[in-house]
Design a protein around this ligand. Structure first.
Ligand code: NAD
Length: 365
């Protein structure tokens, strides 16, 4: 069967026995990716800073994960290079980043160092490898120059970014393109054996995210403490997705890129279908209904740094070229996420069990 036609489960199975290096494995998405690759039987190594919170998903999962974990900074090129060259990965998924818009206004230099220079370090470490290696660099839906036209962004649209986070990720895109053209040109594959692509996903939700200034973790904290959530931008539209959907996309992109670098080198959007665009208010109301109680309010006036109002992704390229499509719509994604947070309280922190409920259901499709 053609790799393009592989189901999500067949894609995941294909990673069995493969050597996979994940940067950012201690974060929200990295923890889920580590769990999936464990489930697939991959040989996995992670490189990241220590988990940020006492209730970080990685802390809950760690004792059940078979992963070689290195706690270090991607800004340390020597350590990162040694870590990657010792491991000799078949695949690299680069997720490590400072991923928060509001934090980036407070700490712009740190954001640029981690997201721009950190990405260059990862690519440089890959360049020094002798073995064949396929890399997926994770950026974001926020890399596009957003003129608030309301149109959905295509991969060919201009990069930009108002705030430091968005522009740092656009920077990561440009650096990846430069490494690809300068050091990993597809016509010289027989010399360098490297293939690189970037993945731009929308607003990712799911169980175990504890970050601040993200709608689901903020709401869960409010619900757990019987507080009223302050919703700053109720009418903003974002491309919401359950974490398992973009991760399935990254894994399929990695597999196809490894199989045919000439065809799949490039950038790919991963987001919901065009018919499935929701506002913040709609997401909050679905979540409160699923939790069974809770309140939110919208402050009349508030000071806050600029954030885009509308953000839509055109996912035609991933749908047609990768034969990837989202499994869960935004409503289901919110419901699954809230069920996860309820279940983690009921199971006294058995995150593996909570995650596997989602994984088994998702991979049935
Ligand atoms: N969660 C979302 O909605 C979303 C949407 C689009 C893109 N992304 C991107 O996906 C990736 C993962 O995001 P997340 O939500 O899991 O974030 P997260 O904050 O939960 O995880 C970030 C990870 O990066 C690591 N990291 C941060 N600085 C580092 C450094 N200097 N050196 C080494 N490791 C470092 C952290 O230790 C952690 O493992 C990021 O690249 C982010 O920009 C996330």
């Amino acid at each position: 069967m053609l790799v393009e036609n592989f189901s999500n489960a067949e894609v995941l199975d294909s990673y069995s026995g493969k050597r996979v290096f994940i940067t950012g494995h201690t974060g929200f998405k990295g923890s889920w990716l580590s769990l999936l690759l464990n489930y697939a039987g991959a040989v996995t190594k992670g490189y990241a800073l220590a988990p940020l919170y006492d209730n970080s998903l990685y802390k809950y999962l760690e004792s059940n994960l078979d992963i070689e974990s290195q706690i270090d900074d991607i800004r340390n090129i020597e350590k990162l290079k040694k870590s990657i060259s010792d491991f000799k990965p078949d695949f690299v998924f680069h997720l490590a980043a400072q991923p928060l818009v509001r934090y980036s206004y407070q700490y712009p230099l740190e954001t640029f160092e981690v997201n721009v220079i950190g990405t260059a370090h990862v690519l440089e470490a890959i360049r020094s490898l002798q073995n064949k290696c396929t890399a997926v660099i994770i950026t974001t839906d926020k890399v596009y120059e957003n003129n608030e036209s309301g149109n959905a962004f295509k991969e060919s649209d201009p990069l930009g970014g108002h705030d430091p986070y968005s522009s740092s990720k656009a920077g990561a895109e440009i650096i990846t393109q430069s490494y690809q053209r300068s050091f990993f040109p597809v016509q010289m594959l027989h010399n360098h054996h490297k293939a690189v692509a970037t993945a731009r996903a929308g607003n990712v939700i799911g169980g175990g995210d504890r970050a601040t200034d993200r709608i689901i973790p903020d709401l869960v904290r409010a619900l757990e403490n019987n507080l009223t959530l302050e919703v700053r931008n109720p009418s903003s539209i974002r491309p919401w997705q359950h974490v398992l959907d973009p991760l399935a996309g990254y894994l399929k992109l990695g597999l196809l890129l490894n199989f045919d670098p000439l065809k799949y080198t490039g950038s790919y959007n991963f987001g919901p279908l065009e018919s499935d665009q929701c506002t913040v208010k709609e997401i909050v109301e679905i979540a409160i209904k699923q939790w069974g109680s809770g309140n939110y309010e919208t402050p009349e006036q508030f000071d806050q740094p600029h954030e885009a109002t509308n953000l839509k992704l055109d996912i035609t390229k991933s749908l047609t070229q990768l034969q990837w499509k989202p499994i869960w719509d935004a409503k289901t994604a919110v419901e699954k996420s809230i069920q996860w947070y309820k279940k983690i309280n009921e199971t006294s922190g058995n995150a593996m069990k909570c995650c596997m409920v989602n994984v088994e259901e998702f991979y049935k499709n």
